[in-house]
Design a protein around this ligand. Structure first.
Ligand code: SF4
Ligand SMILES: [Zn+2]
Length: 367
C-alpha cells in the first residue's frame, strides 16, 4: 500500500495536513444550516444527538458545534477536519468487516460525552473552529482515489457531530463504490441514524462504556439510548461491532463484564464481535486522578468470561501480538484470521466465509 500519509494513529492537522496539499481549499466556510432541529417559541432544539440541547438565540449547544444565530440551527463544523489518516479497517476496530482494507479516516472537534479518560482528548475536548482544514466531500473522494482507500471512516472525535458532512460524503462515496463507517458513542437521535443509513452508512463500531450508572456519572449520558441505537442499527442492516475500553476500578468488575456480555447476547446476538480494549492513562485520568493502564491479565480474564457466557467473537485490543487478536472458529477453535495489531497475517476466510477445517458457515462476516 503506497501512502502519502505518515505512519501513526492520527495526523493532527492544524495548521496543515502533513503530506497533503490542501492549500487550494483554504478559506472555505464550514458553517451550514443544521439538518435536524425544531423550534419551540424562541428556543431552537437540536435533534442531532440525544442531548437534545435547547439553544437560545446567539447561544451554542453542549458540544459547541451547533449554534442558534437567529432562530435557526447551524453546524459550525461542516467539513472542518482536525485529523486525517489512512487506517486499516482493523484499527476502528472492525474485525469482521472487509478485513485487510483501508479507510480514509477523518475527525473534527468536540464531543457530546464527558468521559474523563478520553484517549483522543486533544480534539474531543476542544473546539478550535477554523484551525482545521476544510475538505469538501468531492475532495475527500479524490483523496480516497489517490490513496487507494476502500472506504470512509468518520472517527477520532464523535462522528455524530459531523452529521451533515457525513451524509453528503456517504452519498458521494456510495456512488463511487466505497463503503462508509462510523466509530461512535452511539448517542445520535433515531432521525440522525436513519439519515445516515439512507445516505449509505454501512458499518458502525459503537462504544459500550460501562453500566448505566457509570455512563451517567462519567459520560453524562443515558446508556439505554446507546443500546437502542445499536439494536436499531442492526435491524436496519448496518454492520455493528462493539467496543469497551476496560478501565481499572471503573467498568471492569465481574458484574460489569457479565452485564454487557448478557445484553450483547440477548439484544444483538451471540455472533456480534465485541472488542475489549486496553486503556492507557489520558486526560483527567492522567492528570487529576491517576488510573494506571489495564493489566493484560484483567483483559484476558474479561475476554474469557465473555466467551464462557456464549459470545462467539470477543477480541482483546491495544495489546499487539496477543492471541485474542485472532479470529477463531467458534466450532473447531482453529485460528481463521491471524492478526498482529491492525495487520492481517493470514486470512483463511478471504475467499469464502466458511471454516476450511470444519466447514462451519461464518454468517457474520463481510468479506
Ligand atoms: S449535537 Fe448534541 S450536544 Fe451538540 S448541540 Fe446538538 S444536541 Fe447538543
Ligand atoms: Zn471450524
Amino acid at each position: 500500500m503506497e501512502s502519502i500519509l505518515k505512519e501513526g494513529d492520527r495526523i493532527s492537522i492544524y495548521p496543515h495536513f502533513e503530506g497533503i496539499d490542501t492549500s487550494p481549499l483554504k478559506g472555505k466556510k464550514t458553517m451550514k444550516e443544521a439538518l435536524l432541529w425544531k423550534k419551540e417559541g424562541e428556543i431552537v432544539i437540536c435533534l442531532t444527538c440525544e442531548r437534545r440541547c435547547k439553544i437560545s438565540e446567539g447561544e451554542l449547544g453542549f458540544c459547541k458545534t451547533r449554534k442558534n444565530p437567529k432562530g435557526t440551527l447551524w453546524t459550525l463544523v461542516y467539513g472542518e477536519i482536525s485529523s486525517i489518516n489512512l487506517n486499516p479497517i482493523e484499527k476502528k476496530p472492525f474485525f469482521h468487516f472487509y478485513p485487510g482494507t483501508f479507510a480514509l479516516t477523518v475527525g473534527s472537534w468536540s464531543c457530546n460525552f464527558t468521559c474523563p479518560w478520553c484517549q483522543n482528548y486533544e480534539i474531543s475536548k476542544y473546539v478550535y473552529i477554523g484551525k482545521g482544514e476544510y475538505i469538501s466531500p468531492q475532495d475527500f473522494i479524490e483523496l480516497m482515489k489517490r490513496l487507494n482507500s476502500q472506504g470512509t471512516s468518520i472517527s477520532f472525535n464523535e462522528p455524530t457531530l459531523l452529521l451533515e458532512y457525513s451524509i453528503d460524503l456517504f452519498k458521494l462515496a456510495k456512488k463511487n463504490g466505497y463503503y462508509n463507517t462510523f466509530v461512535t458513542n452511539g448517542y445520535m437521535t433515531l432521525d440522525a441514524l436513519k439519515a445516515l443509513y439512507d445516505a449509505g452508512l454501512d458499518g458502525m463500531n459503537i462504544d459500550i462504556k460501562g453500566n448505566e450508572e457509570i455512563v451517567k456519572k462519567y459520560c453524562g449520558a443515558e446508556l439505554n439510548k446507546v443500546w437502542k441505537n445499536a439494536i436499531e442499527a442492526k435491524r436496519m442492516g448496518i454492520w455493528v461491532e462493539l467496543t469497551t475500553l476496560l478501565i481499572p476500578g471503573i467498568n471492569d468488575s465481574e458484574e460489569d463484564v457479565k452485564e454487557i456480555a448478557r445484553r450483547i447476547i440477548n439484544e444483538l446476538g451471540d455472533e456480534t464481535p465485541w472488542h475489549i480494549t486496553r486503556y492507557y492513562p489520558a486526560y483527567e485520568f492522567l492528570n487529576k486522578v491517576y488510573i494506571p493502564p489495564t493489566p493484560v491479565k484483567k483483559l484476558e480474564w474479561a475476554v474469557e468470561l465473555a466467551m464462557s457466557m456464549g459470545l462467539k467473537y470477543v477480541y482483546l485490543g491495544n495489546v499487539p501480538g496477543h492471541k485474542y487478536e485472532n479470529t477463531y472458529c467458534p466450532s473447531c477453535k482453529e485460528a481463521l484470521i491471524k492478526r498482529y495489531g491492525f495487520q492481517i497475517l493470514e486470512n483463511l476466510l478471504k475467499d469464502s466465509p466458511k471454516c476450511p477445517f470444519c466447514s462451519l458457515e461464518m454468517l457474520n462476516f463481510m468479506v
